[in-house]
Design a protein around this ligand. Sequence first.
Ligand code: HEL
Length: 423
Amino acid sequence: MSATLITALAAGLAPATSAFAAPLIPAAPATGAFAVPLSPAATASRAVPAPDMAGVVAALDSAMANGAPGAMARFSGPDGVRSRTVGVQDRVSGAPMDIHARFRIGSVSKTFSSVVLLQLVEEGRLELDAPVDRYLPGLLPDDRITVRHLLTHRSGLADYTDAMFNDTVPGFEAVRNRVFSYQELVDLSLSEPRTTEPGVAYKYSNANFVVVGMLIEKLTGRPVSDAYERRIFEPLKLTSTSYVHPDTRIKGLHVRGYLHPDAAGDPLVDSTEQTVSWAQSAGAVISSPADLNTFTSALMRGRLLSPAMLGAMTTVTPTDATKTRFYGLGLRRYDLSCGAQVFGHTGTVQGFYTYAFSTRDGRRSLSAVANTSNHGEANTALGGTLEAAFCGKKPAAASSRAASSAARDFSSLPAERDLPERH
Ligand code: HEL
């Protein structure tokens, strides 16, 4: 393995300016060891296995072997930041995947939307268990659907994107430059039968988070982009994160996305430029690996929500029979093979698969992206980064996991500031 070691400044957590900002300890000195002793929580987290970066690279390689032009992952923990990239971010120029590049995060956007809505709940602007009808009179045909039902995917509102993207490439091309109003998207959902009675069962639907976007705009009187900016991007200094709907471009250094057509062997479709108007508050945020780690970590550390709201957000129910996958309020929980529980979200938007997860104490976070989609094997392979990062080396597999000769290694040690949690 010819890995390049780059010492870079890792992104520490920025002070939040929301009502829940905890006092910061002094920033770590630019060089050398931290002057501040670790908190008991940090000491306890030392017992957690070190990330298996060879395993992370193996997962990224596997995503490539399963059709992704490139992939990358960034792990952030008490001992520093470790990033790995494989393959290319641009198939035409051949530019290698760059850990600083931006990409479309798909439904990881739902966690951003959920944070904004839960801040509004905290501010007394709406109630989780109130009917949506109280705030958006007449929008939905059933006044039993509550705000919580939206955030937990228990409203029964049909996912209009199933029909929209039934035929993958034609479906995508039909909407890549379209600009929908929220109302049009809700109408698409309501033109289909509802899937469940309100509250009865988990059934994932983008329509829920379209309505969440409508609630945010109704209650703030401003576009949802303002709420993301003011409440999350700016306080956390997420300078590579944006919501540019309906602009089709990803500004600055970015990864190009490649959509797999349904017919095996057909050429990949460059899907980088699109409005993502079909998703908006359900999936149109753009971000980077460092920003995603900062976001999930800050969220879990209580930097964005009060303990009560974070408690509500992380209260989960199973989403499948394995009882290893759960959903809270715009937030997934994955229970890994070693018993570690990680919170975050996954994303699939044409050309991009994303994972962004953190431990409940926020001290370890992982983001991973592969620049393809409509190819489940690549997504499953990419998900292997979670096991490797949070569970460490598996004894049987450790010796066989030689790092890819093509993998690039970007490490900076140490990295994270030891931020106190809010109580
Ligand atoms: S789907 C999911 C993922 N979520 C949901 C949302 C998101 N993404 C979408 O709804 C996109 C659907 C079309 C994606 C497209 C492709 O692979 O690029 N697929 C097709 O067109 C298939 N015919 C639940 C997986 C999530 O992880 O939460 O993101």
